[in-house]
Write a protein that binds this ligand. Structure first.
Ligand code: BJW
Length: 232
């Protein structure tokens, strides 16, 4: 590991599963109980805003009942102690990386605790519900939507992510099925750039064969083990 200086870590729903947050595509996951087209597309929001606002109000409210787990804690420790560049790119809209203490975190699919105004496009910190159509803190219009990235929308800060990948020596993917692009393509982007790649996931994912190494198990066990190894 002595030759590794810069690290990009991609996290997905699997890292928060042991905290009690549902994943999307596992048995019993969110997409078994809610139609993606209804709750995670701009068209679904236009069709039935109340359904979508309720879905995200429910998930925002559930955040108060969960805590970061050993995997979030281990990444926060890595963030504190790693002397090189480090970027935790999370697809998750929860705030568990931050609550564990990680600072170098980028939410490529947005955040539950953020509101996006469809009138003035301002992003505002948001803790409460949205179903009662509160006013935008910036322009006062009752036009807030969840500040999350739905299918067909552009994820946040792609330039910064690709810049970090270009400078990286190691790319680590944790708890993601590799079913959703562009995140699912990062492993191939990394390989083309000559970056070493490691997957930590409960089971082999759709893109496991692209990784130099793939370890299977619970994030709460695999991530602390890997952090111990890399900090040695
Ligand atoms: C554990 C564990 C434990 C469980 N320990 N592991 C055809 C081909 C290619 C692309 C497309 C295509 N048609 C359309 C597209 C584009 C589309 C896409 O990818 N579609 C696919 C369905 C094919 N993508 C988009 O539209 C994106 N935008 C876009 O592409 O813009 C254009 C662009 C072009 C070029 C460059 C850049 C941009 C936007 C995607 C937005 C995704 N949004 C969501 C909802 C966000 C808000 C919300 O949370 O509600 O993001 S969908 C959902 O999936 C959410 C997640 O972030 C994302 C990924 O899911 P994730 O995290 O991988 O969860 P799961 O459940 O799938 O997997 C969990 C894994 O954990 C499993 O493997 C378990 O085994 C494991 N696990 N417990 C360790 N304890």
């Amino acid at each position: 590991m002595a030759d590794i200086r810069n690290i990009v870590i991609l996290t997905g729903a699997g890292i928060s599963a042991e905290s009690g947050i549902d994943t999307f595509r596992d048995a019993g996951g969110l997409w078994e109980r809610h139609r993606v087209e209804d709750v995670a597309t701009p068209e679904g929001f236009v069709r039935d805003p109340e359904l979508v606002l309720n879905f995200y109000d429910m998930r925002r409210g559930a955040l108060a009942k969960v805590e970061p787990n050993a995997a979030h804690e281990a990444l926060a420790r890595l963030d504190r102690q790693w002397p090189g560049e480090l970027l935790i790119v999370t697809q998750n809209v929860d705030d568990l990386h931050e609550r564990a203490g990680a600072k170098r975190v980028l939410h490529m699919h947005g955040e539950l605790k953020s509101a996006l105004c469809t009138s003035c496009e301002t992003r505002s910190r948001w803790d409460g519900p949205m179903r009662d159509r509160p006013a935008c803190p910036a322009c006062d219009a009752p036009s807030l939507r969840p500040d999350v990235v739905w299918f067909g929308e552009m994820p946040y800060e792609m330039d910064r992510i690709y810049a970090a990948l270009r400078e990286a020596d190691l790319f680590v993917s944790i708890g993601t099925s590799g079913a959703v692009y562009p995140a699912a393509g990062f492993v191939r982007d990394a390989r083309e750039l000559g970056v070493r790649t490691l997957e930590l996931n409960l089971e082999r994912s759709e893109g496991s064969h692209w990784f130099d190494e793939s370890r299977q198990g619970l994030a709460g066990e695999l991530v602390p083990q890997w952090v111990e190894e890399i900090l040695l």
